[in-house]
Design a protein around this ligand. Structure first.
Ligand code: ADP
Ligand code: MG
Length: 253
């Protein structure tokens, strides 16, 4: 494989006098899980929303699956899946009704139950969105990105605020979606998550990419520079203890 599906060159975004994205460049390969890592305010969401055609860029070039963002934004929209802000969901509709509503927006015929099944929400089909737990809401919102059978999906901090069980469950789902052939771009500020999920990561800080490689490569580079941890690391961490004590099964349903 190794075909470039997204190419970003010298992307700049100014909000008035403030430059939020300062000329970043990166490529995403077809079929990979690509992570944009960075602290709050780094410019991750701005970058994603520009590629998703939802925000105007100031300058730079963005190509998605050979379509130029400036000339063919509608072609790009057809092949991507984007998570809506949760405020966009009518709280009083049930999951099947919401799925049908979104399918209508995409002008697609879908079987809501198949999609709900694919994110393990068949049992909640008749429940209203507002009745879902945090993890279920995230799974539902990922299902909505799959309605138009996209080539690429964009996930902006999909696990923020979830408990360890729900987080791991979502990781499995994201890996499953990628294994079915979909390219995934994800933002996160959880490094353990990036290490588990991402084939490659770009570390972005104050609007600049300061490093880009596989997690393994970045760690090896750091060690090669002479870095040593001040405290000897044990072969398990507190999250392992927690999962071991409380189990991996979801608690929310
Ligand atoms: P991240 O997703 O990495 O947390 P964002 O892309 O949301 O970062 O924001 C990057 C910077 O741009 C932040 O300093 C943020 O305050 C600023 N910013 C984001 N959106 C706007 C906006 N609509 N108007 C002005 N500044 C904004
Ligand atoms: Mg953000």
């Amino acid at each position: 494989m190794n075909r470039t599906i997204i190419s970003v060159k010298n992307l700049v975004k100014n909000y008035g006098d403030f430059q939020a994205v300062k000329g970043i460049s990166f490529d995403v390969q077809e079929g990979e899980i690509f992570g944009l890592l960075g602290p709050n305010g780094a410019g991750k969401s701005t970058t994603l929303e520009i590629i998703e055609t939802l925000r105007e860029k100031t300058s730079g070039e963005v190509i998605v699956d050979a379509f130029n963002l400036d000339k063919q934004p509608n072609e790009i929209k057809k092949i991507i899946g984007v998570q809506l802000q949760s405020s966009g969901y009518y709280p009083g509709l049930n999951l099947v009704e919401l799925m049908q509503l979104f399918a209508g927006l995409y002008n697609k015929n879908i079987d809501p139950m198949t999609l709900l099944d694919s994110v393990n929400l068949r049992d909640k089909a008749k429940n209203k969105y507002k009745e879902l737990s945090g993890g279920q809401k995230q799974r539902f919102s990922i299902a909505t990105t799959l309605i138009n059978t996209p080539k690429i999906i964009f996930l902006d901090e999909p696990t923020t605020g979830l408990d360890p069980q729900a987080r791991r469950n979502l990781w499995d789902l994201i890996i499953e979606i990628r294994n079915r052939g979909t390219t995934v771009i994800i933002t996160t500020h959880y490094m353990d998550e990036a290490e588990v999920l991402c084939d490659r990561v770009a570390i972005i800080d104050s609007g600049k990419i300061i490093s880009l490689a596989s997690p393994d490569q970045l760690i090896d580079d750091l060690l090669a520079s002479g870095f040593e941890r001040t405290k000897q690391v044990k072969l398990a961490n507190l999250e392992d203890v927690f999962i071991n004590l409380t189990g991996k099964h979801l608690r929310e349903e």
